[in-house]
Design a protein around this ligand. Structure first.
Ligand code: LMR
Length: 394
């Protein structure tokens, strides 16, 4: 029977990871997959994570199943981290998932269960796996304008015009902060306008927040999400702990569904548990337990926040250095956007041919749409990248 299978298109980000591994050049630079690396190229286990793991190892006396929606303490801690006190806790249904991707997948499945013909509006561009999962689930996708190729900022007029065509029963997918793949983000007043469109159209927002703490800080990065959930009757939020806790392989995420009233809340919670049961039964616990331990312990939490700030500061420093170096080499301000973008990524805004040239000639690996993982750089490789960008004529 399996001869009937059709080969699937390779995931561009994961294919690039493999190409980088296979490149023997010692000078190669990996700006591909969204994984934080320190100045030595290591993706470290965060100090608080190590300490929490030690505590768990000592205290844990069973590995028996938790709940279908995961440990409620994890949901409580994460809801507080992401949503603060924007909405009453009693309106938020939540389920632990295998990573942020698991939360995104369960959210789309929930949408399809609720309304099989729902359309999902996605930014153009968005994280490629959003599109891949939506296609797999046979959910209609409506792209909305987002990135302005000229300014490398947000095409806000285009975005608003496209979002206004949504209606009740549609879902509008938004990146809570640190837009992936562009690094271009809405400002506070633009978020207000988006909220107004959501209220006017009655469309349901879904927020993917995978980089909280990587942009302007933990609370600043969640501010738009908090304001939005407080302003609309219902909302889905997919949160990832992979990046801000550095626990990528532990697959730790949370899907939240904010409801308008208690009856809807109970149905949401039951649906999330049902979806977990269908897809993987009980969600993984180890990463969730690490996160809960850190967030509920004052000392560990403070140390985690301090290290996250170090990570954020390092990425901002690299942005500033790269923008400065490119200004010096090009004699123009046309790369100033790199200093304004936030989060792990920036879209350089060049052609796939130039991206290919950077790879072949200079061993610089970025995704074909010219998305660069800024954390793949260090102070030594920034001048190399800047020189290569100028050399290939970007
Ligand atoms: C990325 O965008 O590179 C990350 O979210 C990792 C992934 O799974 O694609």
């Amino acid at each position: 029977m399996f001869e009937n299978l059709q080969s699937q298109p390779a995931d561009k980000i994961l294919a690039l990871m493999q190409m980088y591994k296979d490149d023997p050049r010692e000078t190669k630079v990996d700006l591909g997959v969204g994984v934080y690396k320190d100045a030595t190229g290591l993706t470290p286990v965060m100090r608080a994570v190590k300490a929490a793991e030690q505590q768990i190892w000592q205290a844990q006396d069973t590995k028996v199943y938790t709940g279908l929606a995961g440990d409620p303490a994890f949901a409580d801690a994460m809801i507080a981290l992401v949503l603060g006190d924007a909405v009453p806790r009693a309106t938020v249904a939540a389920a632990a998932t295998p990573g942020g991707t698991g939360a995104v997948r369960q959210a789309f499945e929930m949408v399809r269960m609720a309304k099989p013909d729902a359309r999902v509006f996605v930014s153009d561009p968005t994280w490629p796996n959003h599109l891949s999962i939506l296609k797999y689930l046979d959910i209609e996708v409506v792209p909305y304008r987002y990135f302005d190729d000229e300014t490398r900022g947000v095409d806000f007029d285009g975005m608003m015009a496209d979002l206004k065509t949504a209606h009740a029963g549609d879902v509008i997918l938004l990146h809570g902060c640190c837009h992936n793949p562009t690094g271009a983000n809405l400002n506070a007043s633009q978020w207000d306008d988006v909220i107004k469109v959501l209220q006017d159209t009655g469309a349901t927002p879904m927020i993917d927040i995978a980089y909280q703490g990587f942009g302007d800080g933990l609370d600043a990065d969640a501010a738009a999400t908090r304001k939005l959930v407080a302003s609309v009757p219902e909302c889905l939020i997919a949160a990832s702990c992979s990046k801000n806790f550095g626990i990528y392989r532990e697959r730790t995420g949370l899907l939240m569904a904010v409801a308008a009233d208690p009856a809807a809340h109970a149905l949401n919670q039951a649906t999330l548990a049902f979806l977990n049961r269908q897809n993987f039964s009980f969600p993984p616990d180890h990463g969730a337990r690490i996160v809960t331990t850190i967030l509920n312990d004052d000392a560990l939490r403070a140390d985690w926040m301090a290290e996250l700030e170090e990570v954020r500061g390092a990425m901002l420093g690299l942005r500033t250095q790269l923008a400065g170096e490119l200004q010096r080499l090009s004699g123009s301000d046309r790369f100033g956007f790199l200093g304004q973008h936030r989060g792990m990524f920036s879209r350089l805004g060049t052609s796939p041919e130039k991206v290919e040239e950077l790879r072949v000639k200079h061993g610089i690996y970025m995704v074909g749409d010219s998305r660069m993982n800024i954390a793949g750089l260090n102070t030594d490789s920034v001048p190399i990248l800047a020189a290569a960008i100028i050399d290939v004529g970007i």
